[in-house]
Design a protein. Structure first.
Length: 224
């Protein structure tokens, strides 16, 4: 199997989810002047175990040197390549309320290769305003925004009642990847990648684990 084919092999979703965490830690190490990192050190930064790190990096055909570890710059390059080839993916945000405004000014998007290139909203009171140096355009001009800026990622930051309409607009504009922050299930064609970020659901999951810890502590106290 040649190198080009290797790079196209499927990486497990759990590994894909950890790669950005590794990348963030590696960039911090590079900024501090560290040239190498062990799997144990990288595991500590990512909050996983060293076996996970070694297995995850093996999907990228990145193997450390015994007694030395991994070359930090090399890993940054390999992970960046796996997460999008190092090419910027311009983002358009639909819905410029409180959440949309906050997302539009989040520096992490640019650092990750996802510069915010367009802002659109359906509210005439919001359209025309400048947010972070960008003018908010009407949702009717979404296709123009996408074409002008080459947006490949759309972020939905609308109320739940408008989420599906926003998704439909993004699909019609030819945006191939959508990140949905609205607390609503949206449907898109199979050839469109969709990721859901439901903050309320994440809090409920935290609540479940918190309840389990409290119950476990109470049971331990009762036994004692």
């Amino acid at each position: 199997m040649n190198g080009g084919s290797d790079r196209r092999e499927v990486i497990p979703e759990a590994t894909v989810a950890r790669l950005p965490v590794y990348l963030r830690g590696l960039v911090e190490l590079a900024d501090s002047g560290m040239a190498t990192v062990s799997s144990v050190e990288l595991a500590d930064l990512a909050g996983v175990n060293a076996a996970n790190v070694r297995k995850d990096l093996s999907y990228l055909h990145a193997h450390g040197t015994r007694g030395v570890g991994y070359q930090v710059d090399h890993l940054i390059g390999e992970i960046s390549l796996a997460l999008g080839g190092g090419e910027p993916s311009p983002v358009v945000i639909v819905g410029i309320g409180n959440l949309g405004r906050a997302l539009s000014q989040y520096d992490g998007f640019v650092a990750g290769g996802f510069p915010v290139a367009g802002l659109v909203d359906a509210d005439p009171a919001v359209v025309g305003r400048y947010i972070g140096g960008r003018v908010v355009r009407p949702v009717e001009e979404l296709a123009d925004v996408v074409a002008e800026s080459g947006c490949t990622v759309g972020i939905i930051a609308t109320p739940s009642t408008s989420a599906q309409e926003a998704a439909d607009h993004l699909v019609a504009a030819g945006v191939p990847s959508i990140l949905n922050f609205a607390p609503a299930v949206v449907h898109v064609p199979e050839d469109v990648d969709l990721r859901q970020v439901d903050l309320a659901t994440e809090l409920q999951i935290l609540g479940y684990h918190q309840h389990r810890r409290m119950a476990s502590g109470a049971n331990a106290g009762a036994v004692g």
